[in-house]
Design a protein around this ligand. Sequence first.
Ligand SMILES: [Fe+2]
Ligand SMILES: [Fe+2]
Length: 328
Amino acid sequence: MYTTELDKQRHTVVTQEDPEKLAAFEARVAADDFIEPKDWMPEAYRKTLIRQISQHAHSEVVGMLPEGNWITRAPSLRRKAVLLAKVQDEGGHGLYLYAAAETLGISRDEMIEALHSGRAKYSTIFNYPTLTWADIGAIGWLVDGAAIMNQVPLQRTSYGPYARAMVRVCKEESFHQRQGYEIMMHLAAGTPDQVRMAQDALNRWWWPSLMMFGPPDADSPNTAQSMRWRIKRDTNDELRQKFVDITVPQADALGLKVPDPDLAWNETKGGYDFGAVDWEEFYAVVRGEGPVAKERMKARREAWESNAWVREAAAAHAEKKAAKREAA
Ligand SMILES: [Fe+2]
Ligand SMILES: [Fe+2]
């Protein structure tokens, strides 16, 4: 019902566009041309991109919180330096993405306000707690691993600024994935307690990682239009399958067990069959009922408020510079 309603709305929005402009736009997209900020685009395309890019930006920024939590408790100076660099990268990803979304005519303040008021969504994965150091390994390995799977095809997404932001983001994500896997390798080859920590982290992060690809294709109302406009290049289920196929052998190499009794290699399809994701849990987390959803937003709002002086100082500095330039 909800899906049908959404589709109807989208259909109305698209059919209200100038048919000639729409046809020219669709031909460009079909020819794999990039659409740039000043080009004509259907309103529904603009809105979809604003929603997707801003959600992506919010996810990068909120994603700093579960890991930032461990910077002071990293087990060595080397681990601390690496984690610090990784968390800073995520902040940078958020900034490129907010800047890309701004080219579509929305302001940074509007996006931040939508996040802080709870209207905007971000990836459900960041509403789970990081309980042990092994979680930092599992996040890098699985969460950044899933992010790469989602983001590599976005380097060829039809909107130019989004595609270009993804090129650098993807390079950094592959470093993030490796640093996580390296932590897991270390723990999995360690003492029995360390092995237990590694397995426990995999148990808790596996299913939320599979949820990162979004609902099954049959329940994903945006997928068809997004594929047509080449915003998306692969469906949620295709990406989830790819992730499972790549990640299971990595768990085997660690000597850890993926927590899915239904996981089995399927020779015919050349990939793994795997158990059903608990979509009830996913939708509950989307509704804001994740284990640490409230803490995450509280931390974001506090950071926004207590750092207001930085924004004010930067604005005052920019004004001063502009005045000097004018006087010169
Ligand atoms: Fe990132
Ligand atoms: Fe990352």
